[in-house]
Design a protein around this ligand. Sequence first.
Ligand code: GLN
Length: 502
Amino acid sequence: MSELIHHTAAELATALADGSASSVEITQAHLDRIAAVDTDVHAFLHVNAEVSLAAAAASDKRRAAGAALNALDGIPVAIKDVLVTTDMPSTAGSKILEGWVSPYDATPVTKLREAGLVPLGKTNMDEFAMGSSTEHSAYGPTRNPWDLDRIPGGSGGGSAAAVAAFEAPLALGSDTGGSIRQPAHVTGTVGIKPTYGGVSRYGAIALASSLDQIGPVTRNVLDAAMLHDIIAGHDRHDSTSLKHEWPSMAEAVRNANVKGLRIGVVSQLDGEGFQPGVLARFHEAIALLEANGAEIVELSLPSLEHAVAAYYLILPAEASSNLAKFDSVRFGLRVTPEGGGTVEQVMSATREAGFGAEVKRRIILGTYALSAGYYDAYYGSAQKVRTLVQRDFAAGFEKVDVIASPTAPTTAWKLGEQLDDPLEMWRGDLATIPANLAGIPGISLPAGLADEDGLPVGIQFLAPAREDARLYNVGGALEQLLVDKWGHTLLSQAPALKVGAR
Ligand code: GLN
């Protein structure tokens, strides 16, 4: 099989099963690709070829003995650096954790290893997952494979770019306010935020514990479903992890059908503030679904207008508490002021040197929002808005099966363009944040290229909690309809890296 990197994980699984490729060959092909393009893309913070090839060789041995652990046994996977790993450093994109190696694996990583997948490396991210561009990484930005002068989205720009640049067929991300879905939108890839509690957060370096969720980042919907089936499930190490019998997401994709599916289009996420090319692709996709038997329903969810404001109080509040553990004693960096200092002075010097500007901004905001005298006015009000968002969704899902919107208001912007304007960057999260506030699942998949700049546009679908399979159904169906219409997948058009047809 030539051009191993251009195949989907599902196709590679078939090649492994029929013996036309080995895990070592597939892994080596991706390592070669990383060596060829990652100086430009910078999707990875850490790659260890030796460890990956040893895991691949072990997979080939299992398969030869008829003991493959899973259809994806032997397939390489990239891991966002927010998930801790025993055989690679975990930094969450921060200087404060430079070189730190965890004594245990995050549960989603353990599940990948138990299914025989081959971890390729750790991917770049905004520091502690705060951002929408990956420019807040302490290790330098990742670049968008479609145009190396543009952002790959964030915070999980590394995972999305790795997949979009054919450096890995699969990746894991984390989504607190859109960090899986928005990078998918700007890189022409697929990203899913599962239902809150659907995938264990054990070993995911916490940003905002009531919002964080781990999920798949891939080039097509079936691959995401196969990865989702592996990482989902209850974990006794995470008290918020759901005890639920999940149906097979891969089956949902294979049986995808939108006939009779009621799709809600949210008036608050359609129109003003959205780039014309983003809206055009969104409406075309909706029309295509309608032509294939879906019923389109107009929905108004008024509380969504306040979701960004509520999120940017709740998130900093939780983050300021979660990041208190980086105190110079327990983890990573320690900076001692010249001539020594008290414990407090060491702590302060360490946090001053170890945290970047965006992290400091949010710690200050969060501490303020939680302080006596301001708690009710800020944090308390934000929690009330959160309840209203949950109620709006509950009412909406009485009328429709899934809700649709563009994933984000614009295509990828130029590196540096929004760095001096944090509010502008925050406002861009308006379509992804509501799902996190409500704990419901969301998918973003490619809807085409914007006419004005030729850059990828994503469409987002949301479903009620525990109904993740509905996203794979509608996502799988739309993907097939679009590929039939275009005659090719979107990523086969990525110009910057001349990736060729998959
Ligand atoms: N852009 C959002 C933020 O900066 C998303 C973060 C995330 O999902 N990790 O908070």
